[in-house]
Write a protein that binds this ligand. Sequence first.
Ligand SMILES: O=P(O)(O)OC[C@H]1O[C@H](O)[C@H](O)[C@@H](O)[C@@H]1O
Length: 547
Amino acid sequence: MTALTALPAWQDMLTAADRLADVDMRQAFQHDPERAARYSLSACGMLLDYSKNRIDDAALAALFELARATGVEEQRAAMFSGQRINATEDRAVLHTALRAPREAVVEHAGENVVPAVHAVLDRLSGFAQSVRNGEWRGFDGHAITDIVNIGIGGSDLGPFMVCEALKDYTAQHLRLHFVSTVDGWQLANVLAGLNPATTLFIVASKTFTTQETLTNARAARAWLVAAGGEDAVARHFVAVSTNTEAVCQFGIDPANMFGFWNWVGGRYSLWSAIGLPILLAIGDIHFRALLDGAHAMDRHFATAPLHGNMPVILAMLGVYYVNGMGAASHLISPYNQPLHRLPAYLQQLDMESNGKTVRLDGDAVDYQTGPIIWGEPGINAQHAYYQLLHQGSQLIPVDFIAALSNPRSSAEHQTILLANFLAQTEALMCGKDAATVRAELSAQGLDEAAIAALLPHKVFAGNRPTNTLLLDGLDPHTLGGLVAMYEHKVFVQGVVWGVNSYDQWGVELGKQLARAIEAELRGTAPAGRHDASTSRLIAHVRSALGT
Ligand SMILES: O=P(O)(O)OC[C@H]1O[C@H](O)[C@H](O)[C@@H](O)[C@@H]1O
């Protein structure tokens, strides 16, 4: 038994989950007229209603006690104050410093990092402004029309998600493109529509060693040089990285490089220079509003008591379902189309952070950790996989997310969208019992035999948990708060489970093996020792490649 499962608060959480696994939430609402108000809170332009969960005051008390007992408050203070909580990489975790106001003081290794953060931000703003207003010219004197961000993982998902989410704030005259995969189809497809003389490439890589990114960057560079010569590189390539040496080696002038720091995790980096595509798309004022929104959530997370703390509430509900009720996944259901990349972004944020089975102290866990995060825009999902949510055998907690203000959508569209949004959480909780189904079928004139045959298929058990998040609008400030809220949710869960949410050793093995297989596929290395399946597949691929 680990220290975690031996905690009285852990046992109390399990007891509460046992007691409430089959609670009838409908009855809980009937018995407590204050339930919806009591289990709701507003912060940072968002209303969170978590009343449609299998909880009561005692269960919540156990969950907050578990957070306290596992040191969430101490670890939170340690993170904000720059302690090296990413122990396996011996690094601080200070993405919160990236959105700290200019006058704030955040110490790292005895130095206030905020002035350096703002110095890079100011440089980025100046550069973005010159591209946006056409002062920055390409090799033949024309202004930039297209920006291609070349990056993967945290150097792609965050900027891409935000650029999509804030489309309404985007400069019309600049087109953004994101190239991430080393399936050369993607780069070829993007470049096919572009003019080298008016295209700016951002090579975004924290480490500047990522094979996919460097392969794409080399190909893009060759494409540019073929049109504009070597001298064109300085006008058309900028780099975002923590690795100045590798940027120089690649052939990008450090004057065209924007740096950040190893205390910013890749999946927590959209607030840093990695956010350059966002800055180019939405401009300085809106980018700073995004940072301010995230900062407001940082303050909320740092100061609100656990029971009134959005990220803590969401995190502990998640722990409750994973460990108390066996939920294996968690669905993210945004109803605003511009949030279509939010689930993918949160997949990396959550699963790369908490998809671990070894605790920080080196011991194996004896409990489940991070759930599978999945999702698509909600209304499309209603017409696809919601069947499984309503009548499937899995317990799948859902976050329903929608913006109240949606200026580009007509009142007609918005009303229908929100009606569906609300109806789903109601249906998931209330379900439809046999008596109601029977009455409906009988009103349709079905005879008793037909009713008996159809009835079990049309019953909805209900009692399925959801959180409802209503955003005032899908604006930069609120989006910043929403993203920061999920960052902190992941942090809290990581603390409870005792894992290091800030490393990602699990992605290394595949990369290591790929290097060896790559040489075999090229025919530059003899056949290696593989399992029979892999050897046979390598031979099959080699014959297709003709090597
Ligand atoms: O920004 P980079 O150093 O190129 O890294 C890009 C991505 O690749 C890695 O494999 C990690 O799994 C991610 O956490 C990271 O965001």
